[in-house]
Design a binder for this molecule. Sequence first.
Ligand SMILES: Nc1ncnc2c1ncn2[C@@H]1O[C@H](COP(=O)(O)OP(=O)(O)OP(=O)(O)O)[C@@H](O)[C@H]1O
Length: 310
Amino acid sequence: MTSIDVQDLTKVYGTTRAVDALTFGVRPGRVTGFLGPNGAGKSTTMRLVLGLDRPTSGTATVGGRAYAALEDPLRHVGALLDAQAAHGSRTARGHLLALAVSNRLPARRVDEVLEEAGLMSVAGHRIKTFSLGMRQRLGIAAALLGDPGVVMLDEPSNGLDPEGIIWIRELMRRLAGEGRTVLVSSHLMNETATFADHLVVLGRGRLLADTPMREFIEGHSHPRVRVRTTDPDALRGVLSGKGYVLGAAQDGRWTVEGAKAEEVGAIAARAGIPVLELADEQASLEQAYLALTADETQFAATAPTTRQEV
Ligand SMILES: Nc1ncnc2c1ncn2[C@@H]1O[C@H](COP(=O)(O)OP(=O)(O)OP(=O)(O)O)[C@@H](O)[C@H]1O
């Protein structure tokens, strides 16, 4: 099966290094989430892989070859970059048929992908009447037209309703399960956590992480315990004796940063303090991502006081 390989890739626009000496691989059989703050270089990287832009230096290949060198490229790589790109005056079926014909793909694929994308009932409607979510579905249908081994989707959940979000998640899982190479950019961390096996994270054009999802979350978050007690003052006292701080209460529960449930439980039990609820907090992808990218966000709203402190 086919991999995407990005090797020492750099793209400079004027004074902006949109992509900066980037090296990573996207492997088959798993969904790779492509993350990074606004302007980190995700779309530029995807455009370079698709040969839509020329690298300043370095290479981006699919199955070891530049996209431009692929014969019948849609049979190898399907991509959704900009869902607005389709001609508004065409029907969904007309648009896909034109793509199929110009790329020497069998016309029967058109109805197959319309069905797959849930667009069969509107296949004869003009695209200009489509909502953003329907355009996303059409863009994904187009990406699947050539039955490609590599699928790249830029923000595919954009504009999709909850049912559409579940559909895209299941579609990506299935494509990876079939052994395809799936690269998906997203700003929605909770969403990405439901479908990605692996993560590639960019910040200001550079590689920040290329790791399995689980390792990423474990490596960029710290343990935290949630506890409910009838005697918070006593618990605060015994915990502070062990170097832990009982945080502020929220909904009748307290948090202890940097601790494990078994440690807090043992400390409370030794002091005879009643504990009504005790659990390790599951670190989320969002927490881990924010911890990693805190210094890499180009367009963060920063309070003036924080600025002066830096
Ligand atoms: N055609 C272009 N001309 C000039 N600058 C560009 C061009 N395309 C991208 N850039 C710049 O390159 C940087 C990376 O942009 P890119 O769109 O690749 O980031 P991104 O990670 O996809 O961001 P987002 O999450 O906002 O989509 C940004 O600073 C952007 O302004």
